[in-house]
Design a protein around this ligand. Structure first.
Ligand SMILES: [Ca+2]
Ligand SMILES: [Ca+2]
Ligand SMILES: [Ca+2]
Length: 249
């Protein structure tokens, strides 16, 4: 009777109801009252109705003040949370700016992979004209220096049938070299099967062509991975799109 439920009822009620509840409690006082009941009963007679009203009024006031303080604290907490979120966003932006300052960045509309920037031309040209177009942009036709770069480029040109890369044997038939003068490395060749074949003795410039699936294997359920071997030698006068590569700004 004098437990939490009673206290909860006291808190929820208005002053008249409280007095009614307390009067009810006092009416049950008797010789057999024990514990909390005895404590309530011991104040019977010393606490009149006016005192009860006054006490309740004081308690209500304190409760209002606490509620207001709690409301203000909650508002402050919400505002702090918003500030914290804004700060986190700022930090991410700043990290981006710092990494650009430290590592460099690509010109607008160029794609970045590791420490290089790439762009596929919107026009088609001969191999030589493509190269000239790249050098005008402080770049050159792409040089493939790793398997990862070959994979990246294969994916980048998946919507193109063929694109020029910076590899040719125009100077010395059969001696393939990149546009920076370095000879083609044996371990980094990605010629299609049967290429380079110098068809009609007139194929001195290299293209990256659209990937095809590896030879089908029997009972293959999930399909075969696309082959990495996508290069072909073709005549340099053909008109094709080309890939420029440049360093970070
Ligand atoms: Ca490269
Ligand atoms: Ca050739
Ligand atoms: Ca060929």
């Amino acid at each position: 009777m004098f437990g939490l439920r009673t206290l909860y009822a006291l808190e929820a009620a208005d002053s008249q109801s409280v007095i009614h509840i307390v009067e009810q409690l006092f009416s049950k006082c008797g010789a057999r009252s024990t514990g909390g009941a005895r404590r309530y009963c011991s104040v019977r007679g010393t606490m009149d109705k006016t005192q009860l009203e006054k006490s309740f009024y004081n308690l209500s006031q304190k409760s209002d003040i606490l509620e207001n303080a709690f409301g203000e604290l909650k508002q402050e907490m919400d505002m702090l949370q918003i500030s914290l979120n804004n700060l986190s966003e700022e930090i991410v932006k700043l990290q981006g700016i710092i990494s650009e300052l430290v590592e460099g960045r690509c010109p607008e509309s160029w794609l970045r992979f590791n420490s290089s920037c790439y762009v596929i031309s919107a026009v088609t040209t001969t191999w030589n004209e493509g190269r000239q177009n790249c050098t005008e942009k402080d770049a050159d036709l792409v040089i493939i220096n790793s398997k990862a770069e070959q994979e990246y480029l294969n994916d980048m040109v998946k919507n193109f049938k063929e694109v020029w890369i910076g590899l040719s044997d125009s100077d010395n038939e059969g001696m393939w070299k990149w546009v920076d003068g370095t000879p083609l490395t044996e371990s980094l060749k990605f010629w299609k099967s049967g290429e380079p074949n110098d068809s009609n003795g007139n194929e001195d410039c290299a293209v990256l062509s659209r990937q095809t699936q590896s030879s089908p294997k029997p009972f293959s359920v999930r399909g075969n991975p696309a082959t990495l071997q996508t290069w072909n030698d073709i005549p340099c006068y053909r008109s094709l799109p080309f890939i420029c590569e440049r360093k970070l700004l």
